[in-house]
Write a protein of this length. Sequence first.
Length: 155
Amino acid sequence: MNNYPYRINVGFLINAPVGTYRDFTIDEPSMELADDLHADNIHCGVRVSRVQQGILAEADCSCNTELECIRCLEPFTTTLKAHFEELFHFHNLRENQDEELFLPENGYMDLGELVREYLVMEVPYAPVCKEDCKGLCPICGKNLNLEPHVHPEEE
């Protein structure tokens, strides 16, 4: 297993003509997205391209994660999908001193933190296991998807 699965060698692009690119695939079994959020089956298709200012990384990533439904409180598995484009600037360009992402001098860009951040941004604010989830009974708290029922007071 690769100790740095999200690290890509792009050193060959540094002196390549503008427009040169290469595609990579990253498949990893798991990743911790946050303290209480775990991802499985991470897949990323990555294109790195030489541009005037540096190296452009374009990625389409997906993973499976388990969330808790806000209506019935049951866990369910869902797929998160994220797309991002980030420019890794060359260090020698003085006008880019305020930029956050720089291409390391060793020619290896690490996309791990970007993949994690962009997948976390795709977690729904109010996850629902299925669109027609009935939720919990407001009287007894039973899952209405499993046990539809009425209480004598409602009749």
